[in-house]
Write a protein that binds this ligand. Structure first.
Ligand SMILES: [Ca+2]
Ligand SMILES: [Ca+2]
Length: 193
């Protein structure tokens, strides 16, 4: 029974690893010119400096690329990202109101979703050749509003959620059987027995 459980665990782990989160470390941490999630030479987000180093990002090249923002065009908080905590499920239900650019530190005003000196996550949506994907960018902001970029990742399964900070395993909830994943695993296990 133990062996079966172990096999089960390995198969589950293998499956979710295959679900694949594409992770990129920024090394050393700092302010790269942009974020290229799939490493194809085209940045999904470009990083610039306004009030402080690396404090705004733009992504007008693709209209579906976006950042989870605090507000909407109507509330005028549309261009301030709503930074999320580690483990936050980033998916289709996010407030995708970044509208082409975002000031990470709130255009010089404090971004209320950021704690100075603490890891924060930008929740992002990107369009790649394979479809719409969800991802995160880990940053920290100092007392002067300078932004340090640390690493980033996206789920290579289109439309599938990712947990902020997740680097493997799909990062979201267990997929429903009709969505593919779990069903396949159980079929494999049945076949093995
Ligand atoms: Ca790219
Ligand atoms: Ca790093």
């Amino acid at each position: 029974m133990k062996r079966i459980s172990l096999l089960f665990t390995i198969l589950i782990s293998s499956f979710f690893l295959n679900a694949t989160i594409v992770y990129t470390d920024i090394n050393p941490d700092g302010t790269p010119p942009g974020i290229d999630f799939n490493q194809d030479g085209t940045n999904e987000f470009n990083i610039g400096a306004g009030n402080a180093n690396g404090d705004f990002i733009t992504y007008s090249a693709n209209s579906n690329n976006n950042v989870y923002a605090i507000g909407t065009l109507n509330t005028q908080n549309w261009d301030v990202p709503n930074c999320v905590n580690n483990g936050f499920a980033i998916g289709a239900n996010g407030n995708w109101e970044g509208q082409g650019d975002c000031a990470v530190n709130g255009w010089g005003d404090p971004n209320p979703t950021i704690t100075v000196g603490q890891d924060e996550y930008l929740a992002v949506r990107i369009d790649l050749a394979t479809g719409t994907h969800y991802g995160w960018i880990r940053i920290s902001v100092d007392a002067n509003g300078n932004v340090t970029y640390k690493d980033y990742a996206y789920n290579d399964t289109p439309n599938a959620p990712i947990n902020a900070g997740a680097t493997e395993g799909g990062g979201g909830e267990e997929p429903a059987p009709e969505e593919g994943g779990k069903k396949v695993v159980f079929e494999e296990i049945t076949g093995t027995w």
